[in-house]
Design a protein around this ligand. Structure first.
Ligand SMILES: Nc1ncnc2c1ncn2[C@@H]1O[C@H](COP(=O)(O)OP(=O)(O)OP(=O)(O)O)[C@@H](O)[C@H]1O
Ligand SMILES: [Mg+2]
Length: 255
């Protein structure tokens, strides 16, 4: 037997547990996400003790799928797996260029996605260490990012802000602005894709996610993207009667 296939098979069994891939939909997602290389990466992570089991998908997006992983009994983690083929390489290259942390110039697509995943890991780490509410990153390996699972003890993931409006919009708005400011001055980052689609409402705490595109403040695009983030947040909170202009928000951040 081809040793690669059996290795992948072993990985699949180990990571997906016994009741693996029953539905057609599951199988479609699996074949799309778990190419040979990804399986091997997951296998290594399992062998190194980072991951015991992959449960269902929390989200199947354009570029990445997020799964609920189990480390030890009752200890969940979020497993974000980037697909190589459907990645937006132009966007990745555009954001990576101009970021002094990444000197590598590559046209190798796989390598570019790996750098992108590493960038998300480092952005989360910087933010987490600056005390901003983001999932604590655990490890980035190839196209797989392991991070803290944001959700309840039974393993239900926190809803997105867009799907679960805040009980106290004023408080949520202030908390997000505070995070944006801390991100800018303490972590020296701009999120770059902030909106109610990239904030989890975890028991009324605003947790910012999805930081692969986040930029260092001295990146030439950072101001423009910060202002877009502010505009998105202002627009979302407008429907709760919070009407701050972009100019007012800019003053709050830059002062
Ligand atoms: N740490 C986490 N804990 C719980 N749920 C998470 C976590 N990270 C992500 N999710 C869930 O997975 C979804 C997708 O995550 P994320 O926003 O990071 O990926 P994405 O790059 O937006 O994917 P795409 O844009 O391709 O849809 C989120 O909307 C959220 O529901
Ligand atoms: Mg997202």
């Amino acid at each position: 037997m081809d040793p690669k296939v059996s290795k992948a098979d072993q990985a699949l069994r180990k990571i997906l547990g016994e009741k693996r891939l029953k539905g057609v939909e599951d199988r479609r997602v699996a074949s799309e996400v778990f190419d040979q290389n990804t399986l091997e990466t997951l296998y290594k992570l399992a062998n190194r003790g980072y991951l015991n089991l992959l449960k269902g998908a929390i989200s199947t997006g354009k570029e990445a799928n997020v799964f609920k992983g189990v480390h030890e009994e009752g200890n969940f983690l979020a497993v974000k797996i980037y697909r190589i083929n459907t990645s937006d390489f132009k966007k990745m290259q555009y954001y990576i260029q101009g970021d002094p942390r990444f000197k590598v110039r590559t046209t190798n697509k796989r390598q570019l996605v790996f750098t992108w995943v590493n960038k998300e890991y480092r952005n989360l780490k910087r933010s987490y260490e600056a005390g901003i509410k983001v999932p604590k990153p655990i490890l980035a390996k190839n196209n797989v990012l392991l991070m803290e699972f944001i959700g309840d003890e039974e393993g239900n993931p926190a809803p997105l802000l867009i799907n679960k409006p805040p009980d106290n919009p004023d408080k949520a708005f202030k908390s997000l602005l505070k995070s944006i400011k801390k991100l800018y001055y303490d972590a020296k980052l701009v999120h770059g894709d902030l909106s109610a689609f990239n904030v989890l409402n975890y028991e009324e705490k605003m947790v910012i996610i999805d930081m692969s595109q986040s930029l260092v403040v001295d990146h030439p695009l950072s101001r423009e993207l910060l202002e877009r983030d502010l505009a998105n947040i202002a627009l979302y909170f407008k429907k709760f009667g919070i009407s701050k202009t972009i100019e007012e928000l800019k003053l709050e951040i830059y002062n």
